[in-house]
Write a protein that binds this ligand. Structure first.
Ligand code: NDP
Length: 449
């Protein structure tokens, strides 16, 4: 019998915390999870899930135009009702939130709907003052959007609020040019807004392959999105008419109806009491952990965005699973961070796995690059002048495929299977030995020259 109230106390019921809680419970541990907002966390409640549904909803703008070329009688101006999309998306969020809750309860995990903070190596304090003890504490509290501290920043929103807008604004300015900025730029643009992205550097989507990023920029400009580079946010002024005038370095001020900050995410460690247990944080406020997700305090662990390793849901889930299997299932497991596929659900989407061309050149020296630059069949018939680009980066010595990068319709769907091949260490010759599946876009993967 343990001297503690629980074997495991998890703070945060997002992707990582939920997985760790239910797997530890399934291994026989007595588990409680504290969640101050809604079970499901960022991904389910205000991230991946509702965002992807908005991306689908927004894409109909182009699909309806294209449909005419395929013989469908569609009026020139189709009506779009934002509230219908917004409310249906939120209904789906509620459904998944319920499913997550059911899963936890069916495994016997106690859900505590309160904020919990750490008050010692084996103790947490709930918002109502109750103290609970646990053999192990798992910090899975995620991250929140970072907002610049410029004058008038309170007039801007983040992606958290974007899902609940009353209407689609006519003019939107998005600060940042990373994942969230490009995804929401696509959504707002398709839904009829004029969109301007401003970024502090010249780069969009740093970390992705240059040629793929350049293609997204080119297509975005062609569609009418505007970009301001090397622009540092200086302030927002709200006029009497409610319009927002944004000033920035190096460019003229811009007046818009909505400002959205998408300038990265910060680990939610402030006020969490981690200092009471000697848990060390890095310079960004993330919990420092070892390969077993253990912090500098022996009984305290952390998974997911709060550790700022790879801020992706499937990674948090793997970390939660590995933690629970290692410490409650007698099955030591470590997450393999190699070849994690990632995608940006921009319009069009882009995706990648493994090394970019420039990374490969730096790491391997000798590199061979193959590519396919093509106009997808559907775009040709639709009269849509939008080309896809696939790139394969190979080790020049061994022929091994070390990276695949793509932009074009459905590429996020295609990259998952390609990632299996890259992770398995297949060579370009093995790709070429595979017969193409015609007519698809994915067949370009085995036809690259
Ligand atoms: P990103 O890190 O993708 O992009 C941040 C952007 O903001 C960059 O353009 C960066 O500029 C800029 N920036 C960063 N700090 C500042 C600052 N202090 N002032 C001004 N600009 C700044 O972050 P996001 O917020 O878009 O997304 C957060 C994370 O969430 C992503 O990194 C990703 O891991 C995850 N995510 C994943 C998605 C997916 O898988 N499809 C979707 C959405 C989010 P620069 O690069 O030029 O320095």
């Amino acid at each position: 019998m343990s001297d503690y109230d629980y074997d495991l106390f998890v703070i945060g019921a997002g992707s990582g915390g939920t997985r760790a809680s239910r797997v530890a419970a399934a291994h026989g541990a007595k588990v409680a999870v504290a969640e101050e907002y809604r079970v499901g966390g960022t991904c389910v409640i205000r991230g991946c899930v509702p965002k992807k549904l908005l991306v689908y909803g927004a894409h109909f703008a182009e699909d309806l135009k294209d449909a005419k070329r395929f013989g469908w009688q569609v009026p020139d101006e189709c009506e779009f009702d934002w509230k219908t999309l917004r409310d249906n998306v939120m209904e789906e969020v509620d459904r998944i939130n319920g499913a997550y809750t059911d899963t936890l309860e069916s495994q016997g995990v106690e859900i505590i709907h309160q904020r919990a903070t750490v008050s010692g190596p084996n103790e947490v304090t709930l918002a109502d003052g109750t103290k609970k003890t646990a053999g192990k504490i798992l910090i899975a509290v995620g991250a929140h959007p970072s907002v610049p501290t410029c004058p008038g920043h309170e007039h801007g929103i983040t992606s958290n609020e974007a899902f609940h807008l009353e209407a689609v604004p006519k003019r939107v300015l998005i600060a940042g040019a990373g994942y969230i900025a490009n995804e929401f730029a696509g959504i707002f643009h398709q839904l009829g807004a004029h969109v301007i992205l401003i970024n502090r550097t010249k780069e969009i989507l740093r970390g992705y392959d240059q040629a793929i990023r350049d293609r997204l920029l080119q297509i975005s400009l062609m569609k009418g999105l505007e970009f301001r580079f090397d622009a540092t946010f200086e302030g927002i002024e709200k006029g009497e008419d409610g319009c927002l005038t944004v000033s920035m370095s190096g460019h003229e001020p811009v007046t818009v109806d909505l400002v959205m900050f998408a300038t990265g995410r910060v680990p939610n460690t402030e006020g969490l009491g981690l200092e009471t247990a000697g848990v060390e944080l890095d310079e960004k406020g993330a919990v420092k952990v070892d390969e077993d997700n253990r912090s500098s305090c022996d009984s305290i662990f952390a998974v997911g965005d709060v550790t700022n390793r790879v801020q992706l849901t499937p990674v948090a889930i793997r970390e939660g699973q590995a933690f629970a299997d290692t410490f409650f299932g007698d099955k030591p497991t470590r997450v393999d961070y190699g070849c994690i596929p990632a995608a940006v659900f921009s319009h069009p989407p882009l995706a990648g796995v493994g090394m970019t061309e420039s990374e490969a050149k730096q790491k391997l020296g000798s590199v061979r690059v193959y590519s396919s630059d093509f106009r997808p069949m559907k775009n040709v018939l639709a009269g849509r002048d939008e080309r896809a680009l696939y790139k394969m980066v190979c080790d020049g010595e061994t022929d091994r495929v070390v990276g695949i990068h793509m932009i074009g319709p459905d590429c996020a769907e295609i990259i998952q299977a390609a990632a299996v091949c890259v992770k398995a260490g297949l060579t370009k010759a093995q790709f070429d030995e595979t017969v193409a599946l015609h007519p698809t876009m994915a067949e370009e993967l085995v036809l690259m020259r």
